[in-house]
Design a protein around this ligand. Structure first.
Ligand SMILES: [Zn+2]
Length: 239
């Protein structure tokens, strides 16, 4: 199993690792700073250095409990050798800001009885993010309202931290997992990783986040889309 260093320190940009596997799809390391795509957050890119040579990492994905690095010219790498890993930090930091913004939008929608609905999905891109709502009465006005309220919470400079809890304890906390598959997953876990926006929200989560909401910036609503009766979509950027 690859040790996922980003789970405990999202600000780690480099690490030394050992190659434990090379297959037709990519390279597996004993430990990594590369975030494996999941939960709406893209996989990291960057480079691996081996024998003073740079190998580009195009993407990072999960393969069971391992992290698979999609590396150029990987036939030139050798199993069991030591490599240095460096992520494209600028790109990752943008993802961390968007990830925090999505948590806050989710929290705002959950906290306010004005919004009759929930967030059903999200996707982060390098220059924007998308949030899907299950909400019948969604409009430009409601979307702007959600964004305005979220920006107010961002400006309160809340600390964001990671903590761990036994699965049986975690299931008792309302809204820790917002979907039924999420709740079922928590029950099976010995330890649940929780991302807490202090004073605002806590959620079971496997992503990387900024340390304080002040790092996120200001959310700008870009557009909304009507995808069906209760199926609405919103795009936003960060300034
Ligand atoms: Zn998250």
């Amino acid at each position: 199993m690859t040790e996922k260093l980003y789970l405990n320190d999202a600000y780690l940009k480099e690490c030394d690792s050992r190659i434990t596997g090379i297959n037709e799809k990519g390279v597996i390391l004993d430990r990594t700073v590369f975030y494996a795509s999941g939960g709406g957050q893209p996989g990291d890119s960057g480079k691996i250095i081996f024998n003073n040579r740079e190998f580009m990492v195009r993407d990072t994905v999960k393969e069971g409990d391992d992290v698979l690095h999609i590396v150029d010219n990987r036939e030139m790498l050798e199993i069991e050798s030591q490599v240095r890993c460096l992520i494209d930090w600028e790109r990752r930091y943008i993802h961390m800001k968007y990830h925090g913004a999505i948590h806050l939008i989710d929290a705002v929608v959950n906290m306010n009885p004005d919004y009759e609905g929930l967030i059903t999905g999200s996707q982060i891109y390098d220059d924007k993010a998308r949030v899907d709502f299950s909400m019948e009465n969604f409009s430009q006005e409601i979307a702007q309202n959600v964004i305005d309220r979220t920006n107010s919470v961002i400006n309160e400079n809340h600390e964001i931290l990671v903590k761990y809890m036994p699965g049986e304890e975690a299931v008792k906390i309302k809204n820790l997992a917002r979907t039924e598959p999420g709740r079922q997953l928590i029950q099976k876990l010995e330890t649940v990783r929780i991302v807490e926006i202090v004073g605002v929200d806590q959620q079971a989560d496997g992503g990387t986040h900024v340390r304080n909401t002040s790092e996120i910036g200001t959310i700008l609503l870009q557009k909304i889309e009507n995808k069906g009766k209760r199926n609405k979509r919103m795009y936003f950027t960060l300034e």
